[in-house]
Design a protein around this ligand. Structure first.
Ligand code: SF4
Length: 100
């Protein structure tokens, strides 16, 4: 008798893929990275220059952006914009979108 039924295996495979993807160590996006410069990424949203980034409003952070994927209780998580690099939850960039 098999340990896992075919149905269970089919249900688990997508979850395993997600778990493995997040298990890979992600490097943290740095403000001087080219992609960060292109999007005005700031590691600390409170340091955003409102004159330079008029779209910024106080309270906007990666943590409340629609593109942010939290990683448990870690201070950083994934961003749909930056494949393979995490962003700080307290960060911000000019692509910020309100969560639905
Ligand atoms: S798109 Fe959103 S989560 Fe990604 S860096 Fe910009 S503000 Fe942060």
């Amino acid at each position: 008798m098999a340990l896992l039924s075919r149905r269970t295996l089919i249900q688990l495979v997508p979850l395993l893929g997600t778990g493995l993807a997040r298990a890979q160590p992600q490097s943290l996006l740095q403000e001087d990275d080219d992609e960060a410069k292109a999007t005005g990424y700031h590691a600390d949203a409170t340091r955003v220059d409102k004159a330079r980034f008029p779209k910024y409003a106080a309270g906007q952070t990666c943590a409340n952006c629609r593109l942010y994927a939290p990683d448990g209780s870690k201070p950083s998580g994934g961003c749909a914009l930056f494949y393979g690099k995490d962003v700080l939850a307290k960060g911000w960039c000019k692509v910020w979108e309100k969560q639905a």
